[in-house]
Design a protein around this ligand. Structure first.
Ligand code: CP
Ligand code: NVA
Length: 328
């Protein structure tokens, strides 16, 4: 679903090139809403912003802009990287906890979206149902960014592909294997792979496969790039020839009551030395964090020399700055 916030377009004196004009005023809700070249443009912007930041140069693209950050779930990386990214771009973040908003007492999302649009220049929201961000975006006249829903975590997946490109020097032709729950992370990695030409294998226990409609969307999106998508219950088969091994928690936020049943179901899906014998020798290990050592991943792997988890976390900052610079 694509919403362009027309009011946001061409309001400044800046001359936009065609790609910038395509992105300005858009929501960032799911990677499927963007073409391969639009995602590549954002990755390229992120590369420039990161270099500039490391060289002490400033980009003040959000000067005078105020961005609201709505959180209905906990966060370390998303909250801090958005707040810092907005400040670095010259804007001001406004942290809005659901408990402090009338939204938490039942005020309709539609009214919230319309009201916040009268004050703010953009909204980032982390919530449960994906429909919540769609509903908010539909009612807001300012760009809305998905900072994680139960269905998708597009900012994390795009930052992860930026990290992979930095480490491997390319994306096309690589294979990423995700072991674990067919959750929001799995969905967004599948879509990023389909759009950016990375082969994806997903290995989950039976009953925990990714959403079938998302898998179908990814397969359709992959036609353009030639990327493949394999979904299996066999982790050994999935890691064969993998360049990247990725995992995430077995019980996501909101699934805490399923922790025990999931621990049982996921027992043979731990990323450990034994499983990684089947991957390429130069595999890289990734995790969106927070992680549970000894559950989804063995401590010697996540803390080992082939783990790039903190580069991933850092790149949230640069990629989200690129997203905000592009759409707001
Ligand atoms: N990876 C991620 O989104 O982390 P937080 O939950 O800390 O924001
Ligand atoms: N799947 C995890 C990702 C956390 C960043 C969750 O939704 O809790």
């Amino acid at each position: 679903m694509i919403h362009v916030k027309v009011q946001q377009q061409n309001t400044g004196n800046e001359q936009l090139n065609p790609m910038q004009a395509q992105l300005k005023g858009r929501d960032f809700l799911a990677l499927n809403d963007f073409s391969s070249s639009q995602l590549q443009h954002i990755l390229h912007e992120a590369e420039i912003l990161k270099k500039q930041h490391k060289n002490g140069q400033q980009d003040r693209s959000l000067e005078g802009k105020i961005i609201g950050l709505i959180f209905e779930k906990a966060s370390t990386r998303t909250r801090v990287s958005f707040e810092v990214g907005i400040l670095q771009l010259g804007g001001k973040p406004l942290f809005l906890s659901k408990n402090d908003l009338q939204l938490g007492r039942g005020e309709p999302l539609s009214d919230t979206g319309k009201v916040l649009s009268r004050y703010l220049d953009g909204i980032m929201i982390r919530t449960y149902a994906h429909d919540t961000v769609i509903e908010l975006a539909r009612n807001a006249t300012i760009p809305v960014i998905n900072g994680l829903t139960d269905l998708a975590h597009p900012c994390q997946a795009l930052a992860d592909f930026h990290t992979i490109k930095e480490k491997k020097g390319k994306l096309k032709g690589l294979k990423l294997t995700y072991i674990g729950d067919g959750n929001n992370m799995a969905h967004s990695l599948m879509m990023a792979g389909a759009k950016l030409g990375v082969d994806i294998a997903i290995a989950t226990p039976p009953g925990y496969e990714p959403d079938a409609s998302i898998s179908k969307l990814c397969k359709n999106a992959a036609v353009e790039t030639g990327a493949t998508l394999q979904i299996t219950n066999n982790p050994v088969q999935a890691v064969q020839g993998a360049d990247i091994i990725y995992t995430d928690v077995w019980a996501s936020m909101g699934q805490e009551q399923e922790q025990q049943s999931r621990e049982t179901a996921f027992q043979s899906y731990q990323v450990n030395r034994e499983l990684l014998k089947h991957a390429k020798n130069d595999y890289l290990f990734m995790h969106c964090l927070p992680a549970h050592r000894g559950e989804e991943v063995a401590a010697d792997i996540i803390d080992g020399p082939q783990s790039i988890i903190f580069d991933q976390a850092e790149n949230r900052l640069h990629v989200q700055k690129a997203i905000m610079k592009s759409i707001i």
